[in-house]
Design a binder for this molecule. Sequence first.
Ligand code: FES
Length: 159
Amino acid sequence: MPSRVEPGRVTRRDLLGAAGLWTAGLAILGSLVGLMRLPIQRVLPEASDRFKLGSPEEFPPGSSKVLQDQQVLVMSTQEGIAVLSMVCTHLGCVVSYSGDGFTCPCHGSRFGPLGDVSAGPAPRALKWLEISLAPNGKLVADKGREVEPGSFFQARGKA
Ligand code: FES
């Protein structure tokens, strides 16, 4: 009967044992690769509705500025600063601003200087967006958060 330690001779038991070890090793390696992939983010976060306006000093009382890329009007009065959405409340066209109000090019709705409806078919006033002050002293507006029309943000004295 041949001995198991005889050099150059591999028994079926040795072969099965080695195959079992290789299988276990590959399973552990596969698990480690899977664990290394876990922290990688697979879903991109949604784009934020918040955007920077700038410092409060950029908006002195009596000024207004259209931010075309954000489709908003930043208006500053003695009461504070407001950000009005320029998206028409009828079917979502972008309105134009003329200094004394807004006009929608799609179906002719007109809005007053504070976004109130002066001529339909728009069913409601333009949205006033929430403004906050970031820790760095810059104003930030949020398209996802609406405030009551006439709610001016008091930035002066907060910065
Ligand atoms: S989308 Fe503005 S009036 Fe229709």
